[in-house]
Design a protein around this ligand. Structure first.
Ligand SMILES: Cc1cc2nc3c(=O)[nH]c(=O)nc-3n(C[C@H](O)[C@H](O)[C@H](O)COP(=O)(O)OP(=O)(O)OC[C@H]3O[C@@H](n4cnc5c(N)ncnc54)[C@H](O)[C@@H]3O)c2cc1C
Length: 279
């Protein structure tokens, strides 16, 4: 299928993009890597009047250490993040997840900000940002604001972003020697969206773990934290963490809810082992 007709504007500055968003609101869409948007246009799931291309806005594709955070610009391509030494060292969970996102052609175009803003519940990056307790930097006509990942993912493809706002960057706490991360997903073929996936972070605490954060993807409308399992894992009780999983996935074309729940337990054991490896 072909998309419905739309107007196209290439924004050169953040101010220009935000002004157009404020003017058109729900009738405009930002075009970043286009890897999700173009498909939704072609399938006519979305028919905006205007596409605002943000690829020409300078300064939105940086990856930098900023104090206690690693900041990844909204326009940083997945491939750029995947190859970043800084991400490998200071945000290893994201480095672990990157090779699971689609295929190289998709990672060459898709952007970090696009993935987080699109908020596909089966996507890796929203779950990683949630597991790390990150935050999303947003620009709008009234200026800038920051939203914690815990409050950002609101529903199916729904976030705390207002129609006239855009994501400018994502910040995650920089890893130190006590940081532990774990990542696992099950997909039918490598590069497919996961049937079930799990991103996790924790801090080493003697021989145990504390501040455990487990974020599942593919099992709900948003990335989902499982707080009872987090508490059990912090007590070193892996069986208890699996037993405490309170996920409520739907059946879908990939797997039944019962299979997904079973797989969630399998992944939890794998990820728990990763978290405890050097703890
Ligand atoms: C075949 C295929 C397989 C894929 N497999 C995976 C996978 O396994 N895992 C995965 O996570 N993803 C996968 N993707 C999606 C890919 O990661 C996309 O790149 C990503 O979801 C969206 O990023 P984008 O830059 O392409 O955004 P776009 O497609 O340009 O935009 C997506 C949406 O986000 C909005 N948007 C974009 N940037 C911003 C911003 N800065 N602020 C506010 N709103 C914004 C757009 O308006 C649009 O509504 C796949 C895509 C394809 C085509």
């Amino acid at each position: 299928m072909k998309p419905a007709p739309f107007a196209y504007h290439k924004a050169r500055t953040l101010k220009e993009a935000v002004a157009l968003l404020a003017k058109y609101k729900d009738d405009a869409r930002l075009l970043a890597g286009g890897q999700s948007l173009i498909a939704t246009l072609n399938m006519r799931l979305s028919a905006p009047e205007l596409l605002i291309d943000i690829n020409g806005i300078k300064g939105l594709d940086g990856i930098a250490r900023k104090g206690k955070f690693v900041e990844i610009g909204a326009l940083a391509r997945h491939a750029q993040v995947e190859r970043s030494d800084l991400v490998a060292k200071h945000a290893p969970l994201i480095a672990r997840a990157m090779p699971h996102i689609g295929h190289p052609a998709i990672r060459n175009r898709g952007t970090f900000g696009g993935s987080v803003a699109f908020a596909d519940p089966a996507a890796e990056l929203p779950a990683c940002v949630l597991a790390l307790g990150g935050e999303i930097a947003i620009a709008g006509p009234r200026g800038k604001r920051t939203v914690k990942a815990d409050a950002f993912f609101k529903g199916l493809f729904e976030t705390a972003l207002r129609p006239q706002e855009m994501v400018t960057a994502v910040r995650v706490p920089a890893a130190d020697k006590n940081s532990r991360t774990g990542f696992a997903e099950l997909a039918r073929r490598h590069g497919d969206y996961a049937i079930v996936g799990l991103a996790a972070s924790a801090r080493a605490d003697g021989k145990g773990l504390k501040d455990v954060r487990l974020a599942y993807f593919g099992v709900g409308d948003t990335p989902v934290r499982v707080k009872k399992s987090e508490a059990a894992l912090a007590r070193g009780d892996v069986d208890g963490a699996v037993a405490a999983l309170d996920l409520d996935p739907d059946d879908d074309v990939q797997a039944s809810a019962a299979v997904k729940k079973h797989l969630a337990g399998v992944l939890l054991r794998r990820v728990a082992a990763q978290l405890m490896e050097a703890a």
